[in-house]
Each structure stands twice: as C-alpha cells, then as structure tokens.
Design a protein around this ligand. Structure first.
Ligand code: V47
Ligand code: SF4
Length: 364
C-alpha cells in the first residue's frame, strides 16, 4: 500500500533518493547527508519505513532475554559513562559466576538469550569468563550466550597476553554464542578521543567483530549518538559499519543508542530531540542496506519512543531484559524489565505483529 504520495518526496528534495530506494540501489554518503539535513524528518521516516516493510512486513520482533552486568569496575573511565567505578570506589561490584547463575535462575521466564557485559576489570582473567559460560551453558543449554563487547575481548587479550582470536576461540569453546554490539560508540577518531580515549580504537573494534565473523560467531553493532558528535560523524560511523559488513557478513542487528545524560562527565550543548532520534534511526535503516535488523532498544529510547521507532525503520523491540544498569545509572526512566504480554501489547499498539525470536532472529 502506498500511503505517501511521490510528490511529497520530490518536494522535500528526496525524489532521486526515493527512486534509488525503489530500485534497491545503495545510497551514497552524499545521499546519507541529505537525509540527515532534510527539513522534514517524516519524509526520511517514510522512506525508512518503506525499506523496513519490504524486509519484514509488519512484523516486530522481540526476545525473552535477561541482561546481566558482572562488574561495573572498569579501567577505561569513558567520559560519558555513568555506570563505571574505579577499583575500591564505593558502589563498585563484581558478581561471582554463582551469583550470576542465582540471578538468572530468578528470571520470571527461562531466557532464550543471555546478554552479559561488564566493565574492563583489571583482575578478572579468562578462567572467570570460561567458568561463567560453562556454568550457564550447563544450566540453560537452549539459551544463546550473547556476551562481552569487542572492548572486553580486547581487554581480556591484553591482560592474558593472548591474541583476540585466541580469546574468542577459548570463549567459544566454553559456550559463547554471539557478541553484543556495545563499545562501538562513535568511530570518528576526534570524537572517540574526547569521549573514550582509553577504549579500543574504531579499527580494533571493527577488526574484532570481523575476526568473530570469520570464526562463525555472529555479532550485533551499535552507535552511541547525541553527545558531542556531528551528523557527519554519525554518517561516517554507519558507512564504516556497512563496509565492515560487506567484508565479513556477520552483523545481525544494529542498535542506535541515544545518549542519556545523567551522571555523565560529558557536557552536552545540544541535547537530542525526539525527532532527531527518530531521524537517526531512519537514516540507519536506509544506509545499512546489508544489516537485516534495526533495534528499537526500549531501555534507552523509552517505550513510547521505541514504539514510534517501529514506524521509522526499526523492526526489533529487544526483549524482557529483567535487569538493566548501564542506561538506568544514566537516567533512563524506563522499567527494569517488561513481560512478554507487555512487549506484545506495545508492539500491537503501534499496528505491528509481535514475533518472538531467538538471539539470531530465528522465529519461535
Ligand atoms: O556500549 C553507555 C552505551 C552500550 C550510555 O547487542 C549508553 O543486542 C546511552 O550495547 N546513554 C551498552 N547509552 C548497551 C548495548 C546493547 C544494549 C542492548 C542490546 C545490545 C545487543 C547491545 O550502552 C555501551 C554504550 O555504547 N551507553 N552509557 C548512556 N549514558
Ligand atoms: Fe568502561 Fe564501558 Fe563505561 Fe567505558 S562505557 S567506562 S568501557 S564500562
């Protein structure tokens, strides 16, 4: 059904971009910048929605999952991070593998995906993570263990004097199923230097994901936006992800993360508007023509904005989550978790059909 007349796009100066989209052609960096600068975000949203519907119809995916953060102690001290603590600082914590298991056992539903990430702790060696994965795999053999960002993988390699490939192989043997997409932030070096100077560089982050793909490990990818980056930096980030996917074909889902500003050391001059969040999600859908799924992560977006995102190109609502610390330390006003019934009602509430999935987006 064509609900937006083609004249609308022509009047917005997007007639040629619309024609490319209809023909299934790749958009250029210049097209991407014009989408970011188009005065009418609804036009950009309608184009993204066209692509989203072509790929997924009116389905909106969700997963019964469980997030666990094993430690907030981190040597990186990123300027934007409200979650991190120094070793010995009040409020710092480390969970033992048994404590992680106890929390997962207390989940209201048996999770199909377990999402585990943490800070780069100076004293946790690879044996801690292998024990953690083996314990979980034994207890929940059907759950996919989606654990450790590329930044954590680089950190484990550093403290163990191993290569990142060796770390990935060891963790995979212990039960690692997939890597989450965190730690990408913004790839542009000048921004990265300001917001996370001690973290893996963009090239390291991309190389670890491509290495994982080469080993048959799927991954997700993210972008943290709405802080000190420009629209051009966002576009550069999307294009670098698109090129990476062209090389290694292992990204399943892209997660645009709007920056939450509480408890951050980063001063923000122009906080994001709701429409700019939606426009960025729409441009992501349009530029990332080789990444199948775009996640509306309700924890960071808030549930109402995540619903709107399902009409601006996103097709996944993430999951039950149960417990979340990174966004909530930074001022997220969403719930800690949602039930399956709540997720389904929210998805239906915006005219989409809820489809339960596993971590790889196989329908259940
Ligand atoms: O890497 C940190 C971001 C990420 C803030 O792969 C912040 O399926 C907003 O990557 N405001 C972690 N964002 C979350 C993440 C994620 C979440 C859900 C699903 C998946 C997946 C991945 O959160 C960090 C960082 O980019 N972050 N602080 C903040 N104040
Ligand atoms: Fe550490 Fe991650 Fe926070 Fe950076 S964002 S300080 S790497 S926990």
């Amino acid at each position: 059904m064509q609900i937006v007349k083609s004249d609308f796009f022509k009047n917005m100066g997007l007639g040629d971009i619309r024609a490319k989209i209809e023909a299934g052609e790749r958009l250029s960096p210049d097209d991407g910048m014009r989408l970011f600068d188009c005065p009418e975000p609804l036009a950009v949203g309608a184009l993204a929605q066209r692509v989203r519907t072509r790929l997924h119809g009116h389905k909106a995916f969700y997963v019964v999952n469980r997030h666990i953060n094993y430690t907030n102690i981190c040597v990186n001290g990123c300027a934007f991070c409200a979650y991190q603590r120094e070793e010995g600082q009040p409020g710092g914590f480390v969970l033992s593998p048994d404590e992680v298991l106890t929390r997962i056992d207390a989940s209201p539903l048996p999770p199909r995906e377990i999402h585990i990430v943490g800070g780069c702790h100076p004293g946790l060696g690879l044996d801690y993570f292998e024990t953690l994965l083996r314990t979980l795999r034994q207890r929940l053999p059907e759950a996919v263990l989606k654990c450790f960002t590329a930044v954590e993988i680089a950190h484990f390699a550093r403290i163990e004097s191993m290569t990142t490939r060796q770390v990935l192989e060891r963790l995979r043997a212990a039960g690692l199923g997939m890597l989450p997409g965190g730690g990408a932030e913004i790839f542009a070096p000048a921004v990265r230097q300001r917001i996370c100077p001690r973290k893996s560089t963009a090239d390291e982050w991309l190389a670890i994901h491509e290495e994982a793909h080469g080993l048959g490990i799927k991954t997700n990818c993210t972008m943290l936006f709405g802080h000190v980056e420009s629209r051009a930096d966002r576009l550069d980030h999307l294009i670098r992800l698109r090129e990476s996917q062209d090389r290694s074909h292992g990204y399943t889902c892209f997660i645009p993360l709007p920056f939450l500003t509480e408890n951050s050391r980063l001063a923000i001059d122009n906080p994001l508007t709701g429409l700019e969040e939606l426009r960025t999600i729409a441009v992501s859908r349009l530029m990332l023509d080789n990444i199948p799924h775009i996640k509306a992560y309700w924890v960071m977006l808030g549930v109402k904005q995540a619903q709107a995102a399902l009409k601006f190109g996103a097709d996944d609502f993430d999951g039950t989550v149960v417990e979340e610390k990174i966004g909530h330390e930074a001022g997220a006003d969403s719930e800690q978790g949602l039930t399956r019934a709540e997720l389904e009602a929210m998805i239906r509430g915006c005219g989409c059909t809820p489809v339960e999935r596993d971590a790889f987006f196989n329908e259940i």
